[in-house]
Design a binder for this molecule. Structure first.
Ligand code: FO1
Length: 303
């Protein structure tokens, strides 16, 4: 069974770890968010693609959810000592990947081909596609000003309430090679439990990707990132409350209006499904350990 997943970083990566226990990775294509890509100290960082790659390769730091386990920070400390920026923490091991990616990109290799090389070198069998090879950046408009994603998220600790989310470059960005086909040919399409606005939104903003999802004949199942109306981590609940008007399953589903057939939601939200226009699938969605991740993946496939 061919499965295609739209995914952001930390939550999506955790979900995918469970999914590869129950789906043959060779049949799995992940279309990842690149709206939060950023250039740090001259290096091209793709946080969401890297969170997925590190998680599936068993290299990720479990607690942080991003970056590598057993990390050291000597290069960054040295860079800061010489006047470089230290607000975005790149570890020594992580920097190794960014050096390779940045060199290949500067030599003209598209991000999708770079990512395929990294995935192969990590020994992974899945297909990991950036949503686009073109520049697409998420910007947040707030009362304090407009910020590119990582400046808002990391440097300002996502403290500013968001009025508008913009996907700069999306109008002209082309889907990366294979992404439209992966949606057209899938037997099942999943939307990972990622932030609808800043993780899945940039993927759907790529011209032709949302259209391919809409015209797909495969069932489309989204997993809510909220439990009891709250985000496990990050600003998804605050964004939904402000931009969608609430944090119920119906508010989550409204972000994917006309796109999904079912919403997988936590038992803690099961009381709140009367306005839900798609089929609810109630299960435990907290991915606290390997068993919980696999059980969620099984429930999603059963849906
Ligand atoms: N998140 C932070 O909160 N602080 C950081 O310093 C930070 C560094 C970082 C470095 C590499 C990487 O791949 C991810 C990193 N993240 C950091 C996470 C990242 O900002 C977000 O989790 C994602 O962009 C949102 O999906």
């Amino acid at each position: 069974m061919k499965v295609t997943v739209l995914s952001g970083g930390v939550g999506g990566a955790r979900f995918l770890r469970g999914l590869v226990d129950v789906v043959d990775p060779a049949e799995l294509t992940v279309i990842g968010n690149v709206g939060d890509d950023v250039e740090i100290l001259g290096l091209h960082v793709s946080p969401d693609l890297d969170s997925i790659l590190y998680a599936l390769a068993g290299l990720s730091d479990e607690e942080r959810g991003w970056g590598r386990a057993c990390e050291s920070w000597d290069a960054l400390e040295s860079a800061v000592a010489f006047g470089g920026a230290g607000w975005f923490r790149l570890g020594d091991r992580d920097i190794g990947l960014h050096l390779v990616r940045t060199k290949l990109l500067r030599g003209g290799t598209p991000l999708s081909a770079v990512t395929a090389q990294l995935v192969e070198r990590a020994g992974l069998a899945l297909t990991l596609l950036p949503a686009t090879d073109d520049e697409l950046r998420t910007w947040l408009d707030t009362a304090a000003g407009s910020f590119p994603f990582q400046e808002w998220f990391v440097a300002r600790g996502h403290r500013d309430e968001v009025d508008v989310v913009r996907y700069v470059g999306a109008d002209t960005a082309a889907p990366s090679p294979g992404a439209v086909e992966a949606l057209r040919e899938a037997d099942l399409i999943l939307i990972a439990p990622s932030n609808p606005y800043v993780s899945i939104g940039p993927i759907l903003a790529v011209a032709n990707l949302e259209a391919a999802l809409r015209s797909s004949t495969a069932p489309v199942v989204a997993v809510s990132p909220l439990i009891g109306g709250r985000a496990v981590k990050g600003p998804a609940d605050r964004m939904l409350a402000r931009l969608a008007g609430g944090t119920s399953p119906a508010h989550v589903a409204s972000c994917y209006a006309g796109l999904i057939d079912a919403l997988v939601l936590d038992e803690a939200d099961a009381h709140d499904v009367e306005n839900l226009a798609v089929r609810p699938v109630v299960t435990k969605t907290l991915m606290s350990d390997a068993d919980a991740r696999r059980r969620l993946a099984e429930a999603v496939l059963a849906a």
